[in-house]
Design a protein around this ligand. Structure first.
Ligand SMILES: [Zn+2]
Length: 321
């Protein structure tokens, strides 16, 4: 729902650039003095040519820097892949050709400080900040399934900084194998690919995610079955999270998650049917930023710098610690 909504963050330095490197698209937002001056989404086709993909990223960054009229102070990058401290890709199941390759290199020409963060983690921070929630679970459903956990106003990062990988919570031990090797991870059963496969079986016809979204809008029975299937599996993961971190709010985002408007209500119903009696349940809704939560999080990272992740109370303290 952001579009080119002005980005008003008092911590924002003069010029910053936010970049979201997702599974199938690049999104960029250039911000000057708190106002978005350039926003662009570029298809980011997968398929073997890492050098070409790197060139496309570099050209997109150069275009945004050109609109800014000078080097940004900082670039915040929300990244789907796992990126090491040296800027090289450690793992990227959808683009294995990138492993070992520098994701920092396409930004070198910008002259800016470049900071990377997990796309779903940053999305969780952005959702917590925009909704004013101190206890929020973000779940992003798209090419992959990612999560971000904010508890007591702080991001939960864990001992090694990568806590909150909700896509790899096991919700169906007998289920299909996940790309990580485990059976029945949430990602293996409710990613865009998995839900398209479920819809295809329910409909008896090869079905894309766009057709699934349209079917849900029309309340087609086959689409309803896939929606209920997804809601049931997500509610299983949330039931664990309710006991573990007691979120007040859950936000469902990502390209597919944000497009399935009835999904949060369906999850809430399923969760209430299966929850422990007397347990307070979170309010569940669609992401405030629609499919752009990761980009909003990248903009926060660009504005606040490294203290955003792991700061004392980076969300609500007014200024980073
Ligand atoms: Zn997994």
């Amino acid at each position: 729902m952001t579009g080119t909504r002005p980005f008003t963050d008092s911590a924002a330095p003069g010029r910053v650039l936010a970049v979201d490197i997702g599974g199938t698209k690049l999104a960029l937002r250039a911000v000057d003095a708190g106002v978005a001056v350039h926003e662009r989404t570029v298809p980011w086709p997968a398929g073997g040519d890492a050098a070409g993909q790197s060139d496309l990223l570099a050209a997109s960054v150069a275009e945004a820097v050109g609109v800014l009229g000078g080097a940004p102070v900082r670039i915040g990058v929300a990244a789907a892949p796992n990126v090491g401290a040296d800027g090289c890709v450690v793992s990227w199941p959808n683009r294995p050709e990138w492993v070992g390759r520098s994701l920092r290199a396409p930004f070198v020409g910008s002259g800016a400080e470049v900071l990377f963060g997990d796309d779903a983690t940053l999305a969780g921070l952005a959702e917590a900040r925009s909704t004013g929630s101190r206890d929020l679970v973000y779940l992003g459903i798209g090419t992959g399934v990612g999560g971000g956990l904010v508890s007591g106003g702080r991001l939960l990062t864990g001992a090694w900084g990568t806590a909150g990988e909700l896509g790899h919570l096991v919700v169906d031990p007998q289920g299909p194998r996940c790309r990580c090797g485990t059976r029945g991870c949430l990602q293996a059963v409710v990613s865009a690919e998995a839900l398209a496969a479920h819809a295809s079986a329910a409909r008896g016809l090869a079905t894309t995610t766009a057709e699934l979204v349209a079917g849900v809008r029309r309340s087609d029975p086959w689409a309803e079955r896939t929606l209920d299937h997804a809601a049931d599996l997500i509610a299983r993961a949330l039931r664990v999270l309710v006991e573990l971190v007691q979120p007040a709010h859950v936000r469902i985002g990502g390209g597919l998650g944000a497009a399935l408007a009835p999904l949060p209500g369906r999850i809430a119903r399923r969760l209430s049917e299966t929850a422990r009696p007397g347990r307070p349940l979170p309010e569940i809704g669609s992401a405030f930023h629609g499919p752009h939560s990761s980009l909003a999080g990248a903009a926060l990272l660009a504005a606040h710098g490294p203290s955003l992740i792991g700061g004392a109370d980076p969300l609500h303290g007014g200024s980073p610690a």
